[in-house]
Design a protein around this ligand. Structure first.
Ligand SMILES: Cc1cc2nc3c(=O)[nH]c(=O)nc-3n(C[C@H](O)[C@H](O)[C@H](O)COP(=O)(O)OP(=O)(O)OC[C@H]3O[C@@H](n4cnc5c(N)ncnc54)[C@H](O)[C@@H]3O)c2cc1C
Length: 393
């Protein structure tokens, strides 16, 4: 058993580190945005991603026929982990969800139109699955798509559409066949965000960032912007979610947050006593260090399972997502407890312990246990698919 990366893989990490150093910019890299730093939501962040594209690092795992390099998925994993560690934007929806689904299931027209733009980072997408009555149970989505000549009219509401306030295209699920069983009546569309009839309303989150409600009022979309086959949308969504669960919840920020706490414990005192000598704190830290190693290995297990090919490793993705995001919360809770009242000072407040990261991490990590499928849903997946337990709903 070998848990180390090969020499070539380590050389790639070194190249990415040099790239990051050469492009250091506080407006582009901000660890205090926690997991939301992955968004490519400002012109400077877009320019940074374009440079990644020029370096040939967007779509590395795509086939050469589509402009990729046929590289192993391990390179995408290593790239994202390095970017996440410094709070830089990361490859996500375009290269992952949209690009990979279009390559597998999309028409030649969609491939020609979108794949080159994704590789150059000339387009941003928002993903619209969740609705007020369809979150965990995404297959219950009710946004209506009705036939109109050569296209469709979309009517209804989406909720929690992150990126809708800056994306150009909407990757949206709609019910095209209301009489079919709920998993089979959904189709996927690509809709321009500036189409007449789309209204975007911000929703502030507990973690300082915004997500959005999107209202669709008689929005027209041509039939050639339906992705893949009619009624197969939910299959495509499920396939892509396996990928999202892993790529959106990187490990390196967790390790960095733990490092911050370890430095604090190693150097600070309370009531004249070094924190590192406090038996309760020592026990807490030892547990977190061990758990962080477990999260790291669960991540590597997912990577190894993906590299074997075949069906996406759904169970491994859920095990990692569940464990890593819940661990993030435990580290945040421990930071608040160990630091005490000063931990409540806002991020970047002058003189605050850990530069206020305990407080911001505490708020942000809640979100990670919900987005991409809540913890309870990951447990259901593990219970059913790994352990063969009966469905609970
Ligand atoms: C910051 C943020 C960004 C997001 N971005 C996007 C986005 O870009 N696009 C998008 O489409 N969605 C997005 N989401 C939505 C996210 O996928 C949903 O919030 C999530 O799937 C949960 O759905 P819900 O909020 O409707 O909660 P519900 O499904 O109503 O769940 C409420 C609670 O009940 C539990 N629960 C539900 N069903 C079961 C069950 N069967 N068994 C046990 N427990 C259950 C859940 O775990 C949860 O604790 C985002 C969410 C957040 C918080």
């Amino acid at each position: 058993m070998n848990f180390e990366f090969s020499d070539t893989e380590q050389e790639f990490v070194a190249r990415v580190e040099r790239f990051i150093e050469a492009n250091r910019d506080d407006d582009v890299m901000d660890v205090s945005r926690e997991n939301m730093s992955q968004l490519v939501d400002t012109p400077k962040r877009r320019a940074f991603m374009r440079k990644l594209g020029e370096a040939g690092w967007l779509g590395m795992t795509w086939p050469k026929d589509y402009g990729g390099q046929d590289e192993s998925g391990v390179y995408e994993f290593l790239l994202n982990e390095q970017l996440a560690a410094v709070g830089a934007p990361q490859i996500g929806k375009g290269v992952g969800i949209v690009g990979k689904t279009i390559m597998r299931h999309g028409s030649e027209k969609l491939k020609r139109e979108f794949l080159p733009k994704i590789l150059n980072n000339d387009v941003e997408f928002a993903v619209g699955y969740s609705e007020p009555q369809a979150g965990s149970d995404a297959a219950a989505m009710a946004l209506k798509a009705t036939r109109d000549g050569d296209g469709w009219r979309l009517n209804g509401q989406k909720i929690f559409t992150t990126s809708a306030h800056f994306a150009e295209w909407y990757w949206v699920g709609a019910r095209t066949d209301p009489d079919a069983p709920k998993h089979k009546g959904i189709s996927l569309f690509l809709v321009q965000m500036n189409s007449p009839g789309i209204t975007v309303t911000h929703m502030p989150t507990i973690g300082d960032e915004i997500t959005n409600m999107v209202f669709l009022d008689d929005v027209y979309v041509g039939n050639d912007y339906m992705v893949g086959e009619r009624g197969k949308g939910f299959n495509y969504i499920s396939e892509a979610l396996d990928l999202e669960r892993f790529t959106m919840f990187t490990f390196s920020p967790i390790a960095k947050r733990l490092e911050l706490l370890l430095d604090y414990v190693a150097t600070e005192e309370r009531d004249g006593q070094p924190l590192r000598e406090d038996p309760v704190i020592r026990k807490t830290i030892a547990t977190l260090v061990t758990e962080t190693e477990v999260a790291r290995v669960l991540g590597l297990r997912f990577v190894a399972a993906s590299l074997r090919g075949g069906a996406p490793p759904t169970v491994e993705a859920s095990e990692y997502k569940l464990y890593a995001t819940e661990l993030s919360r435990r580290i945040a809770n421990a930071s608040m407890d160990v630091i005490g009242p000063g931990s409540q000072l806002r991020v970047h407040t002058e003189g605050s312990p850990l530069d206020g990261r305990a407080e911001s991490t505490y708020r942000y990590t809640v979100i990670d246990t919900i987005g991409g499928g809540a913890s309870e849903i990951q447990k259901n997946i593990i219970a059913r698919r790994k352990l063969g337990l009966p469905k609970n709903f």
